[in-house]
Write a protein that binds this ligand. Structure first.
Ligand code: GRF
Length: 226
């Protein structure tokens, strides 16, 4: 009788967020199809709705009020301790609105990713929809990337883009981009946790090939890997 191959255990993922947590929700919704378990959610804003989403899913949720810490260094040191308690294979920033200390980024280097609502390197920082519309851009989108100490600058993993329609405003653009985020972020987390995606020599690699520096390109109406 042939034996079944051993089932590899799911990898442990910790999510950091500051607000609504719609990306966390997408990650939770896809968990059973993919190779990861969300084992903890930490927020620097104790009242973040994302923490409620985690609790509703029976995931450990911790609010760490940054205002009660004496310095960014002290806060990040505690954050490292709390995140490490979950023994994560991957740390996922999902709307985490506080700039991380270089120590935090270095501590989790190669297993720390972020999603940003622009076609990086365009529009780092805040207000990406407003700025793209003001510049009369024809395309916008989102980028999943490895995190380095420099803001929104690590190696790109996946970039999903759409055509800005003449009727788009900030709200509609955000809605359309977030629909893409909710598909590509769980996919990127899955690719990492099933061992297909790595950071090597400051580049993202998929299936042992370096990914194009812009990131693996996907379009709004075709969001699956070839
Ligand atoms: C997302 O649009 C993401 O690109 C950015 O922050 C937003 C978080 O949204 N980094 P949500 O909290 O996941 O709804």
């Amino acid at each position: 009788m042939s034996e079944k191959p051993p089932v590899s255990p799911k990898k442990r993922v910790v999510v950091l967020l500051s607000g609504n947590g719609s990306n966390l929700q997408a990650l939770l919704d896809q968990e059973s199809n993919y190779s990861y378990d969300i084992v903890g959610v930490v927020s620097n804003v104790p009242e973040a709705y994302g923490l409620e989403r985690a609790r509703a899913h029976k995931v450990a949720a911790l609010g760490l009020d940054y205002k009660v810490f004496s310095s960014r260094g002290a806060f990040d040191q505690r954050l490292v301790e709390e995140v490490n308690r979950f023994e994560p294979d991957l740390v996922v920033l999902a709307g985490y609105m506080k700039i991380l200390s270089p120590e935090f980024a270095d501590r989790f280097s190669g297993r720390l990713i972020n999603i940003h609502p622009s076609l990086l390197p365009d529009y780092k920082g805040l207000g990406t929809y407003r700025r793209a519309l003001a510049d009369k851009k024809t395309k916008h989108g989102c980028t999943v990337h490895f995190v380095t100490p420099e803001l929104d600058s690590g190696a790109h993993i996946i970039q999903a883009s759409l055509n800005i329609e003449p009727t788009d405003n900030e709200e509609s653009l955000k809605r359309r981009v977030q629909i893409m985020e909710h598909q590509i972020y769980p996919l990127a987390v899955h690719l990492f946790t099933c061992g297909r995606l790595q950071l090597k020599e400051d580049k993202a690699w998929l299936d042992n090939h370096p990914i194009d520096p812009q990131g693996y390109q996907l379009l709004e109406n075709a969001l699956e890997l070839a």
